[in-house]
Design a protein around this ligand. Structure first.
Ligand code: G
Ligand code: G
Ligand code: NA
Ligand code: MN
Length: 249
């Protein structure tokens, strides 16, 4: 039954909502981007965790329409916010495989009258493995001016190969490294090296999963300029984003 609810695009609004988590400039403490994250908004008895919603949609073939719904929802919500921030949307492997995805992104930007530069798409390495079609689709989107971020960087098997083949705009350092950055020498060195790699390749880097003041201090001391995590801001409903931006002015 839950699965059925997830196939019908016209019922997404009844069962799902989109929350937003800030990405923060660590020097100024200002929000510069918000990541759209799907949340269950239907009956409590039918609750589904975000990861299960995505997996179910991937399995029943509705991820394309679900992804398009999230994209449009995020761009629509973003319209109401201060024009200085960007919006980030996660993209599933299956979505990228569809030729026509780039056209969908372009259509959504036109629909909500937003410049391509205000949108970031987050892809994971698994989305791109052995998938030259996916890389081709991603190139088209990058050429429009949309920012492309590599999510969960460092956890895959061929992250460096991927960097060799595609000019990402941003690396999101996986939170499994950030979690230990203040307590484990190896993790600290790895994070430092990734930041250095970003500087050399002129790719923006952001630390995911900053949960404590110690994480924050360690990342700052390593020269990291951007962060995301529960300490800096949890995923929140769209109304809270507007309030947060107003309060920060
Ligand atoms: O927000 P949370 O940590 O619960 O998300 C769980 C997982 O679901 C994360 O890996 C996140 O990237 C993914 N996710 C959340 N929203 C979306 C979405 O709109 N599209 C895709 N493809 N993945 C999402
Ligand atoms: O796979 P992806 O990186 O898109 O996953 C994003 C998910 O990580 C979000 O669903 C969010 O709920 C979760 N998340 C965000 N910040 C933190 C954090 O500081 N700690 C932990 N454990 N999870 C986080
Ligand atoms: Na993400
Ligand atoms: Mn991630």
């Amino acid at each position: 039954k839950k699965m059925r609810a997830l196939v019908k695009q016209d019922t997404y609004a009844e069962t799902l909502t989109v929350h937003y988590q800030p990405m923060v400039c660590l020097q100024t403490a200002k929000d510069y981007c918000f990541e759209a994250l799907i949340r269950w908004n239907g009956s409590k008895s039918e609750y589904m965790a975000p990861i299960d919603i995505i997996q179910a949609a991937e399995q029943n073939g509705s991820i394309g329409s679900l992804g398009n719904w999230v994209l449009n929802q995020a761009l629509k919500d973003h319209q109401g916010w201060d024009g200085t921030t960007r919006i980030a949307v996660n993209v599933s492997p299956r979505q990228l495989g569809n030729s026509g995805f780039a056209a969908q992104v372009l259509a959504a930007l036109h629909r909500w009258n937003l410049p391509p530069e205000s949108l970031e798409l987050e892809v994971t390495e698994t989305a791109l493995l052995d998938e030259s079609a996916s890389i081709a689709e991603l190139r088209k989107i990058k050429e429009l001016g949309v920012q492309i971020a590599l999510d969960d960087f460092g956890t895959g098997y061929s992250s460096l190969t991927l960097l060799q083949h595609f000019a990402f705009d941003k690396l999101k350092i996986d939170r499994s490294f950030v979690k230990l950055v203040d307590s484990d020498t190896l993790s600290h060195e790895i994070v430092g090296s990734v930041l250095e790699l970003g500087r050399k390749l002129k790719i923006e880097t952001i630390a995911e999963g900053i949960e404590t003041e110690r994480h924050l201090a360690a990342m700052k001391s390593l020269g990291c300029n951007m962060g995301q995590g529960y300490l800096l801001g949890k995923p929140m409903p769209k109304q809270h984003v507007a309030e947060r931006l107003l309060a920060a002015e």
